[in-house]
Ligand binder design. Structure first.
Ligand SMILES: NC(=O)c1ccc[n+]([C@@H]2O[C@H](COP(=O)([O-])OP(=O)(O)OC[C@H]3O[C@@H](n4cnc5c(N)ncnc54)[C@H](OP(=O)(O)O)[C@@H]3O)[C@@H](O)[C@H]2O)c1
Length: 300
């Protein structure tokens, strides 16, 4: 039996991971650490209501549970909020990782940590795990700092970098591109989407699967997790409309220069997936195929 703590179990990936791992309750004992009440819609796992930035409380709880794995999905992911609130951003995205790593060394736990394409500047695109990061915004800086903490530690760790995650879980307190575009088109509302930023979006079910594979294989190091086709945000919206049979004429293309966002975004990211295919034996599909799976699966 593998004992695994999921930090941020109320979050998007956190809930998807609960759904995946709790399917096999003979192999995994799952404990969720998140703030406030348990909002996952499930009660078949142990839940600890905790502010992860309270390092003393976090240490005490990690010592109490002695997990084999810690999957750290908790993060401040609002890019503009991070830009304006760097101290709060650091407390969660960097400080919590420091505590987790120090405790993992003590209790001999393997840490699986989530990172982002936003550690890159978006000039080159199609990034390999070994490419040089150069974040354009503070969210990216904080996630890069978190990666460095793991890389400089002497613990077993896996960093899964991912891009523009979407899907559907029980508590959708934060929306995502697919649900938002779908809802807008269903309500026949015009939307503007940038046609000069490029991404390889990630189905949350695949990201959860990649976490599970990393645990099962005890894989170490950095891996890219995303779909396999680079698309502009405008093309992403078009494909969402098409797969869900909605009128795509409501989608208008605009350029990034017309937006007035607080934090800069990388123009072209996307991942090279060769290492993930070769070492994790994990093959992701195109965005359209993933959308069709989402349409068929519904909430996961
Ligand atoms: N979503 C994306 O598109 C994307 C893209 C690239 C990388 N990533 C990375 O993937 C990981 C998972 O992202 P996600 O979208 O699943 O994030 P998410 O939905 O925002 O989930 C994060 C969870 O952490 C919880 N949390 C935040 N601060 C906390 C604190 N102080 N104490 C306890 N819990 C706290 C949040 O609680 P509340 O629900 O109460 O706020 C939330 O449930 C993150 O590391 C992120 O950087 C995500």
């Amino acid at each position: 039996m593998i004992k695994v703590i999921i930090t941020g179990s109320n979050g998007f990936l956190g809930q998807s991971l609960l759904n995946l791992l709790l399917q096999d309750s003979t192999s995994y004992q799952v404990i969720g650490f998140s703030r406030g009440i348990n909002r996952s819609g499930r009660d078949d796992f142990e839940y600890v209501s905790i502010d992860l930035t309270n390092s003393k409380l976090l240490e005490e709880n990690l010592l109490k549970f002695q997990p084999d794995f810690i999957i750290n999905t908790a993060a401040m992911t609002n890019v503009d909020f991070c830009e304006n609130n760097k101290i709060e951003c650091d407390a969660l995205n960097v400080g919590v990782v420091k505590t987790l790593v120090a405790m993992a060394a003590q209790i001999k736990a393997h840490v699986i940590h989530l990172s982002t394409d936003f550690i890159f500047d978006g000039i080159q695109g199609n990034y390999k795990e070994t490419d040089t990061p150069n974040p354009l915004n503070y969210y990216g800086v904080s996630k890069l700092k978190s990666e460095e903490i793991l890389k400089n530690a002497t613990i077993d760790f896996t960093i899964l970098r991912t891009i523009l995650v979407y899907g559907e879980v029980f508590d959708m307190s934060r929306s995502n591109i697919v649900l938002w575009v779908k809802e807008m088109l269903e309500n026949k509302k015009e939307i503007t989407m940038v046609n000069d930023q490029f991404r390889t979006p990630t189905y949350v079910v695949d990201l959860a699967q990649a976490c599970k594979i990393s645990m099962d294989q005890r894989s170490k190091g950095v891996y890219n997790i995303a779909s396999n086709t680079l698309l502009s945000i405008y093309e992403i919206a078009q494909q969402i409309g098409t797969v869900f049979g909605l009128d795509t004429s409501y989608i208008k293309a605009i350029s990034t220069s017309t937006l007035n966002q607080t934090a800069a975004r990388p123009m072209k990211t996307g991942f090279d997936l060769s290492k993930t295919k070769k070492e994790l034996k994990f093959h992701t599909k195109s965005f359209t195929e993933d959308l069709q799976r989402l349409k068929k699966n519904g909430m996961k």
